[in-house]
Design a protein around this ligand. Structure first.
Ligand SMILES: [Zn+2]
Length: 205
């Protein structure tokens, strides 16, 4: 894989995260202005969460921690009720992610190891696939079509056909060009290329 593809994609992920955080901050600001009680609740939740973390670090008793957790849950419910009254989803004040799995970081932690998320793998695959396709289109088109690569000798036993490979490929070429030129005509039938790998392809309509 080309390293610059990954660097560019990770920059894109960073931008997505930044935009989503900015969106969340804007939603909060706007809602806090009209509903200052929501800001108070959020501030209380933040304080209690910090206290919980401190208690965990100091190995404090479970009872104290549970009380704090109950307080946080109560505040969260209070917040949800207010949001519901405002006809807003309970997730309205939560960050939105394009990919819930990696939360737009491109990586996930699996069995203690950091691995690439499927969303990032798919993006890399799409870019590489498109680049390969672009090269195929540039180098392999009708302008570079060389019928001399196909034998003009009929060999019924080898090709199971009473026409030469060259005659056959010319037929396929003309049928393909006809298909392209009449693509917008609704009476034009589909094209099917069939045949095993490395074997001469047949064309049918
Ligand atoms: Zn992902």
């Amino acid at each position: 894989m080309n390293n610059s593809i990954l660097t560019d994609l990770l920059k894109e992920y960073e931008k997505t995260r930044f935009n989503n955080i900015t969106d969340l901050e804007n939603r909060k600001k706007e809602l806090y202005l009209s509903n200052p009680n929501l800001q108070e609740i959020d501030n209380k939740i933040s304080k209690l969460s910090i206290n919980s973390a401190k208690l965990i670090l100091n190995n404090k008793s479970k009872n104290v921690l549970n009380n704090l957790k109950d307080d946080i849950d109560k505040l969260k419910k209070e917040k949800e009720t207010i949001l519901k009254k405002l006809n807003l989803s309970p997730d309205y004040l939560k960050p939105k992610y394009n990919c819930q799995i990696c939360q737009d970081t491109g990586y996930v932690l699996e069995n203690g190891k950091t691995t690439m998320c499927n969303c990032l793998k798919q993006k890399i695959y799409n870019i590489e696939y498109n680049q390969k396709n672009k090269n195929i289109i540039v180098n392999q088109n009708f302008n570079n079509f060389n019928i001399n690569l196909f034998s003009d000798k009929i060999n019924e036993k080898k090709y199971n056909s009473n026409i030469s490979p060259r005659e056959n490929i010319l037929y396929i070429k003309n049928a393909s060009l006809d298909f392209i030129n009449n693509f917008e005509n609704e009476k034009t039938k589909n094209l099917i290329f069939s045949g095993g790998t490395g074997l001469r392809k047949n064309i049918s309509f």
